[in-house]
Write a protein that binds this ligand. Structure first.
Ligand code: MGD
Ligand code: MGD
Ligand code: MO
Length: 768
């Protein structure tokens, strides 16, 4: 039976009253309405905390509260009055809790006490902090090789916690640092480092005020970086062209109503964001950008032949770049049929993009997961960079590359050393600082860690935040791998599924959140620091009373584990973790760019970490910015599945009511979905092509040819404006279909935006 009750109206615009209403609901639901509202006024303010939501930058004069619906959700979720106390764990066995949804688990509220798993009763019981540390240290010391332990980091950890963590792990003897950015912007880091010598974005927030054109590729800021919409709208209002490349029509990229504009709110007005909206097929961006480059070369040839000035920035190219001829040859060798088929765009659409690109003196290109979670993501980022190099759109005001990061401090964590490929300069500096040898051999990234857990060579997993069991591909296999370990430890604010697949010895260690006051032993409140997508480093200090008197800061928890594992003869963990200023002093001795850290981070907007590429210095082996020489993939997943009857490419993305594996609610207002997450968005003709109707409930079957059978049961089909052959559904519910075997070339990022699937009526499956 087709059932479509959950499909309703899409919002007319992103933001607006709907956003305000949703905020009220979140605050009331959290049971923290009053303190919640007060808390919000301190988000992203110089004397407040850094919003635990996204990594978009803060304005120059951060004096007025920057409204953001999903920031409200993130804050309310953390500042909730609800608690997951020991008696909760007394009521349910871990096996029972495994049947709960992600939403239900976190909805129970904040964890309050350290807990230890007891296998005999299948329950968690309270434990003293010092006993937990001692036992964790004992297991870690008992491993015959430190490379048997995996140390995961999720991107909310502060610079201070992450710095201590990497120092502890390296003193312990390994570089096993799987981290969430391996599943996220890794391809941006790899691609940009190859091309321009630094793995970070080159623009500042103020560049958005100067750009003539902004290309937004594979990103849904209305939901995931709502504050970016304000910057895009202001740019659009002053006449900048905004070109969107996204297979899905995302409301936030079409229209935005700014809740901070009173008159607009009164009259229900809204403003357009995209001046051009193109819907490529999944994985079609490299082809689309190559098409633009092909037109740029062709039109430049014509201009020069006609005696007009060249359209390329030859001064820039000659002084600053290498390999233009090889790039040109690769572009010439790519034929239009291949470009059009792979991109899914028409020649006319690509001509329009070339028009915009050539008419603009200053171009910014932003991107996120729609670009980074494919097999050819590194090549796509190299292609985007090459297009920008042709006209010197790098290292000048109003122009540049802007990978928009995910977690609020994922960029900072990498800067302070969470990196499995131990950079030699960092290791040298740590050795100078500590006076002992530090391991240099590369460790495990996320896929490496999973491999080691599955083949039995890894025996311990420590998670500094996050939800490894649900965020990774092939979730069922990962859960088995985690529960076969000797030791699992989770530093967390809320209960999640990763905590419910305990190893032989297992702990949940509850920590303070960003919004909470962190006092040291002398009663002095501590701040932490974070780095945003624009490389601005700033302070963050909580304002709320801790959710429970037992909670410790991440810094203290890392120090506790470290002292119990490697002892305190090289590093005095207790002293260091009692004063974050001392940690920052140490960071400033070890890492470049952090001089006068403690002074500069207390200035209202913090400070900017210098970006060499933005200054037109190229830390590449050639000493130049390198054009790409790659050819397009022979066939993307979309091109493969079109030849196979009944197969489609699935992308797994986020709803408006979630933060990664944290589910705030069941709605996805901007896409018109209410009360359901087990759905697949699909072109109406594709629905008909499999003999189904909108609203039919079907099983989604994994079709990757790697010998693993994968099924996601009971998903409703939703007719949607999405290219044929491409379908979409929510992460993490669909992670059971994302194969461990398909990942980015050079980035090792799971290809969670190009999963090959088919559909089966439930009775067919039962009969099979
Ligand atoms: N509220 C909220 N904020 C968040 C998060 C959250 O879950 N909730 N998560 C945080 C994190 S860790 C991250 S990494 C970011 C994620 O931010 P996004 O990258 O915006 O996250 P996704 O929801 O995965 O959306 C990907 C977008 O890319 C499009 N897309 C998918 N495949 C392709 C493709 O092949 N080509 C093109 N051109 N487009 C494609 C999708 O249609 C979708 O609009 O947001 C961060 N901020
Ligand atoms: N299929 C598919 N898979 C994906 C993605 C996708 O688009 N599709 N996206 C990938 C991306 S971009 C990312 S970044 C990863 C995210 O992967 P993770 O970072 O591992 O997952 P999160 O859901 O962000 O982690 C949520 C948990 O963090 C804990 N937490 C929250 N705040 C804090 C805090 O302040 N301190 C500590 N210690 N813990 C805290 C809570 O216990 C919460 O349950 O998932 C990846 N997986
Ligand atoms: Mo992310």
């Amino acid at each position: 039976m087709a059932e479509t009750k959950f499909v309703g109206k899409r919002s007319a615009a992103a933001g607006g009253w709907g956003a305000l209403k949703s905020c009220g609901k979140q605050l009331l639901g959290s049971g923290a309405a009053l303190s919640g509202a007060k808390t919000l006024l301190k988000a992203n303010q110089p004397d407040g905390f850094d919003c635990p939501g996204c990594a978009w930058g803060d304005p120059e004069h951060g004096s007025s509260f920057e409204f953001c619906e999903n920031g409200v959700k993130a804050v309310a979720w953390e500042a909730t009055a609800k608690r997951t106390e020991p008696d909760f764990f007394g009521r349910y066995t871990v096996s029972e809790l495994r049947n709960w949804t992600d939403y239900a688990l976190e909805h129970e509220g904040r964890l309050t006490q350290p807990m230890r798993y007891d296998a005999a009763s299948d329950r968690y019981y309270p434990v003293e902090w010092e006993d937990a540390f001692a036992e964790i240290g004992a297991v870690l010391r008992s491993l015959d090789n430190p490379n048997r332990a995996e140390f995961y980091t999720s991107g909310r950890a502060s610079n201070e916690a992450a710095f201590l963590y990497q120092m502890f792990v390296r003193l312990y003897g390994t570089n096993n640092f799987p981290d969430c950015s391996n599943m996220c912007h890794e391809a941006s880091g790899v691609g940009l480092t190859q091309a321009v010598g630094v793995g970070k974005g080159t623009v500042l927030l103020e560049d958005f005020e100067k750009a003539d054109a902004i290309f937004v590729i594979g990103q849904n800021p209305g939901t995931n970086h709502p504050r970016m919409l304000g910057d895009l709208r202001r740019a659009s209002e002053r006449g900048a062209q905004i070109v969107v490349l996204n297979p899905v029509k995302e409301r936030g990229l079409e229209r935005f109503s700014d809740p901070q504009r009173k008159v607009e709110m009164l009259h229900g007005g809204s403003g357009a964001i995209a001046t051009h909206y193109f819907q490529p097929r999944l994985g079609g961006d490299m082809a689309a950008v190559r098409g633009i480059a092909k037109l740029v070369f062709a039109r430049d040839d014509a201009a020069v032949a006609a005696g007009q000035p060249s359209l390329l920035d030859h001064d820039f190219i000659t002084t600053h770049t290498a390999d233009l001829d090889a790039y040109r040859a690769a572009v010439d060798a790519t034929d239009w049929d291949h470009i059009l088929d792979q991109s899914g765009l028409t020649r006319d659409e690509i001509e329009q993009m070339a028009d915009v690109y050539l008419a603009a003196d200053k171009v910014i290109c932003t991107w996120a997961m729609g670009v980074t979670q494919h097999r050819h993501s590194v090549a796509t980022i190299r292609e985007i960079t090459s297009l920008m190099l042709l006209r010197g759109n790098l290292g000048k005001p109003g122009a540049g590359l802007c990978p928009v990061r995910g977690h609020s401090n994922v960029q900072g964590d990498r800067t302070v050393g969470i990196n499995e490929k131990a950079p030699p300069a960092l290791i040298d500096a740590l050795e100078r600082e500590l006076g002992v040898p530090i391991p240099r051999q590369p460790g495990h990234n996320v896929l490496g860690a999973i491999g080691a857990m599955m083949d039995g060579s890894a025996q311990a997993f420590i998670g500094l935040g996050g939800n490894f069991a649900r965020a990774t591909p092939d979730s069922a296999l990962i859960a088995d791998a985690l529960s076969s370990l000797k030791l699992t430890v989770h530093v967390a604010t809320k209960l999640n599924h990763c905590h419910l697949v305990p190893g032989e010895t297992s702990f949940i260690l509850p920590c303070l959140g960003r919004t909470e006051i962190d006092r040291n032993s002398k009663g002095v409140s501590q701040i932490v620091t974070v780095e945003d997508s624009m490389s601005m480093v700033h302070g963050s200090g909580g304002i709320n009373r801790p959710a429970s008197p037992w909670l410790r800061s991440e810094v203290k928890i890392v120090a506790g584990i470290a002292a119990a594992t490697v002892g305190s003869s090289v590093v005095d963990w207790a002293t260091l973790s009692d004063d974050n200023d001392l940690i920052r002093d140490m960071i400033s001795r070890v890492l470049p760019g952090f001089h006068d850290y403690n002074t500069r981070v207390r200035k209202p907007r913090g400070f900017h970490l210098r970006n060499s590429a933005a200054n037109r210095e190229w830390n590449t082996p050639s000493g130049k910015a390198n054009f790409s020489t790659a050819s397009l993939p022979e066939a993307t997943e979309h091109q493969q599945t079109r030849k196979a009857d009944g197969q489609f490419v699935l992308q797994t993305f986020r709803s408006h009511d979630q933060y990664n594996t944290t589910i705030y609610g069941m709605d996805d207002r901007y896409r018109g979905i209410y009360g359901k997450r087990t759905i697949v968005f699909m072109h109406p003709d594709d629905i008909a092509s499999i003999g189904a109707k909108a609203g039919d409930i079907m099983d989604v079957v994994g079709e990757h040819d790697d010998g693993v059978s994968r099924v996601a049961k009971g998903f409703s089909l939703v007719a949607y404006d999405i290219p044929r052959g491409c379908v979409a559904g929510y992460y993490p519910e669909l992670n059971c279909l994302v194969p461990l075997s398909t990942f980015g070339s050079e980035s090792y990022t799971p290809a969670s935006k190009s999963v090959i699937v088919s559909f089966r009526h439930q009775k067919e499956l039962a009969a099979a």
